[in-house]
Design a protein around this ligand. Structure first.
Ligand code: GAL
Length: 798
């Protein structure tokens, strides 16, 4: 019988044993290339590099190429967000947020990256692998002049074995050429190595990439865990191995283990070892207590562990019922989801992991419980944040296509992600207008669905259809019918197809600009109230009332949780951003946030809008909105009652108020509990306030802190209408990596590579993101603006 090894989550990486997963984000060199002029593309396509193995002469692929003049940087890096905006009449450029990326911009659409590294002579004999979590896009990879391969997808990563090409004890160079001149989506996508890079060192006999599949049968608090481990032998001779697995709680305490399986693998042979472990008294993974166990898979040779993989795993059950909706662990749960793209203010697509956690935290705060990765594979850290914080995930394939390229992408997506407890449903595609109603679409869907069942029989799939009651095509075969908009059609569809569970894959698409109350088609702003929706879309209240009140709706996903770059709707230039978000690109709430929070949570919500700074509007009527989940509300202007109203469920209240400066206040009662709220006319901005989202950051060169900037008047009241230009100087060993303000028409820079960081406030708010260095101490910001008292913010890096 095998004894337990003492293992902590990272112990393999810390010891000098295998496997090792080394972060490879630092010390890259970067240069733009050129898609139409090979001599400006470092002779790529001039030299005949494919005529001989390892031939790279006179190109940037050559190990000896001098890259000392290239810019030094760390990835994740998105070069698109660094470029100025380019006004263009081209629809694709507009959809991508007016950054000069694509076929019309050959000078800014190719990026080259090089990284020198060394490997110790003592490690020769091991296997080395480079793993890119995401490069946008169509990336070619070389090491020491040897071609490794091409990865078309801008969203699924790629791994390559480097072992045969390495110079042990000498210089090695990885070269990446990313070609972003063809887009994949119709939204901002970024460009470059915008996710992490890893160097993996393994034994020749090892667990395959994404080679552990954990699934469990959960019955009350008992779980039967099955672990399928794919083991492969890359030695030049046969190998005899022992495989076993165990489950530990989140603190690493071992709970139970499998028996050990002996295997004999021929050269290049791989096999799947299936083992099971029974557990009693398991804590279930749910949204409030997302408990994660560790499933540890080990392979041993001659009594020594030669490889191991730790999988964070949560036990939960999911059920989708066509009449009653969705159940998590046997409890009914309405899906209150958001769709999101991956960019954030100031950062483009290259987000530190901490920002993934920040964003999921903000979504949870207004009651969102599910996240759709529209319309592509997310970064692994986003899924880890959802596992850790308790957020369900609808995980989506980029394209409804069953060609080898796309079926392989779907396979990579499922194998990469199927152990995440947060994922409750796959999506095989979105709004494929050319085929969704045809027999071709149906056949493609059937092929993808068969692949999903083969790789993950424990979940099912949906497809996001922009169709009303249409059934022919994809909808005939899809297990869970997804609706993009067309909320009015759920009822009839349900009557016609009473056995198909229904979910709103995209709902709302209400457009609002934070802090704006007057429509401005020149600047491209729409009022910050639930009143404007494009023809296909709806107000928040329209869809949510239906979803909340009809049990056969599993719920729905708002389009979107956050604003994102690209898709400026309903206006074009100067708009460069969408404004579909419940929050803006920084995560500052819009008024619609309080509508959703009222009905998504049982928190006490009482929120008044607009602000009360309306100089020049004295004597004129202003529409006042109240968002609350109280039973009734009484509104007052300067202490005088404007009447009391009963609060209809899943709705809001409105008053028309003749403007007078002062205080607009409300008193509400919720189950007998008194709630109060007010908005006040403020004086001019006097002082800057800088608020970090945490007080301690890790001094690991990766962690990040979000600093939100606002201004107050002399009486300390936040001024919601101020647009001062603010300057930022970093303090200590931290660097600013992006600035934003949520203005969907701002053409201010998000990055200041010269170090002179600045950003205007937009309706009283801006945001700065600081990344920690590696030294312990204080890091922060000095924040100044002409005519305002400055602010200073410091947090501890350790
Ligand atoms: C949908 C589409 C989304 C987004 C949205 C805007 O049709 O699937 O990606 O474009 O509309 O309302």
């Amino acid at each position: 019988m095998l004894g337990f090894l003492t293992l902590t989550f990272n112990s393999f990486a810390q010891q000098n044993t295998l496997p090792k997963k080394i972060n490879f984000d630092e010390d890259w060199r970067f240069s733009l290339g050129n898609a139409s002029n090979p001599s400006k593309d470092f002779n790529y396509k001039i030299a005949n590099i494919f005529s001989k193995s390892g031939k790279a002469d006179s190109t940037a692929i050559d190990g000896k190429f001098d890259d000392s003049k290239w810019r030094k940087l760390a990835v994740p890096h998105d070069w698109a967000v660094e470029l100025p905006f380019a006004k263009s009449a081209n629809a694709d450029v507009m959809a991508h947020g007016y950054k000069p990326i694509g076929g019309l911009f050959p000078e800014t659409s190719i990026g080259w990256y090089r990284k020198h590294f060394s490997v110790s002579k003592a490690d020769s004999g091991q296997r080395f692998q480079i793993q890119f979590d995401g490069v946008f896009r169509d990336a070619e990879f070389w090491v020491n002049g040897f071609y490794l391969g091409n990865n078309k997808s801008g969203y699924l990563g790629a791994s390559y074995d480097l072992t045969d090409y390495l110079n042990f004890g000498k210089d090695n160079v990885i070269v990446v050429r990313a070609d972003a001149s063809q887009s994949e989506g119709w939204f901002y996508e970024g460009a470059g190595i915008y996710r992490h890079v890893w160097l993996k060192q393994k034994s020749n006999s090892h667990i395959a990439d994404n080679g552990v599949f954990v699934h469990a049968e959960v019955n009350k608090n008992q779980a039967n865990v099955t672990i399928e481990t794919t083991v492969e032998n890359k030695n030049l001779n046969e190998d005899e191995l022992q495989v076993y697995s165990y489950v530990a709680d989140r603190n690493g305490k071992k709970l139970n283990k499998s028996t050990s399986t002996a295997i004999k693998l021929a050269v290049n042979e791989s096999t799947v070892v299936k083992q099971s472990i029974a557990l009693n008294d398991v804590k279930l993974w749910d949204l409030d207590n997302p408990y994660l166990y560790k499933v540890v898979s080990l392979i041993m040779s001659k009594g020594k562990v030669v490889d191991s993989v730790i999988t964070r795993y949560g036990f939960r059950t999911i059920l989708m019922d066509a009449e009653k909706g969705f159940f998590l662990n046997g409890k009914h749960l309405k899906i209150q989801g958001t769709n999101n793209h991956q960019d954030h203010a100031g950062l483009g697509s290259a987000l530190p992991d901490a920002i993934q956690y920040y964003r999921i935290g903000l979504l949870k705060a207004f009651g969102a419980n599910a996240y759709r990765t529209s319309h592509n594979a997310a970064t692994p850290e986003l899924l880890e944040a959802c596992d850790s914080l308790g957020m369900l995930v609808l995980n989506e394939q980029r394209l409804l296509n069953s060609s080898p390229e796309y079926i392989e992408q779907f396979e990579r997506l499922i194998k990469r992600d199927r152990n995440h407890p947060s994922i409750f449903l796959w999506s095989i595609g979105n709004e494929e207008g050319m085929i969704q109603k045809t027999s071709v679409g149906k056949r493609i869907a059937q092929t993808l669905l068969a692949k999903q069942v083969e790789l993950d029989p424990y979940r099912t799939s949906t497809y996001a259809a922009d169709l009303a009651t249409e059934f022919n095509g994809v909808n005939e075969v899809i297990p869970v019918r997804g609706f993009n908009y067309r909320q009015f059609a759920f009822g009839d569809y349900h009557k016609e197809h009473p056995k198909q569970p229904l979910i709103g894959t995209e709902m709302g698409s209400t457009v609002t600009t934070r802090g704006i109350y007057v429509k401005d088609s020149i600047a491209g702003y729409v009022p910050d109230q639930d009143i404007t929706a494009p023809w296909w879309a709806s107000k928040a209240e329209t869809w949510w009332k239906l979803a909340a009140e009809n049990p056969y709706w599993m719920g729905g996903f708002i389009w979107t949780g956050f604003d994102y770059r690209g898709e400026p709707t309903p206006y074009e230039w100067p708009n460069i951003n969408s404004h579909f978000g419940v929050m803006d690109v920084c995560g500052f709430p819009k008024n619609i946030y309080y509508y959703y929070q009222s009905w998504f949570t049982d928190q006490d919500v009482l929120h008044l809008s607009p602000h009360w700074n309306w100089k020049g509007k004295e004597g004129k009527a202003i529409d006042v909105w109240v968002n609350t989940n109280a039973d009734n509300v009484e509104l007052f202007l300067n202490g005088k009652s404007l009447g009391k109203k009963v609060m209809p469920r899943n709705s809001h209240l409105q008053w028309s108020v003749i403007y007078k400066p002062g205080t607009l206040s409300a008193i509400a009662y919720k189950n007998g509990k008194k709630l109060t709220a007010k908005v006040e006319t403020t004086a001019e901005a006097y002082k800057i306030i800088a608020t970090p989202n945490k007080t301690i950051v890790m001094a690991d060169g990766q962690d990040a802190v979000v600093v939100n900037i606002s201004v107050v008047d002399r009486r300390g009241r936040t001024v919601p209408t101020d647009n001062h230009l603010i300057h930022f100087i970093p303090i200590g060993d931290g660097k600013i990596i992006g600035v934003g303000n949520g203005d969907p028409s701002s053409h201010e820079a998000d990055k200041f590579l010269n170090g002179d960081w600045q950003r205007s406030l937009f309706n009283g708010h801006a945001q700065v993101i600081i990344q920690a260095g590696k030294t312990n101490g204080k890091i922060g910001l000095a924040v100044t603006a002409d005519g305002l008292e400055p602010a200073q913010v410091e947090v501890t890096a350790k």
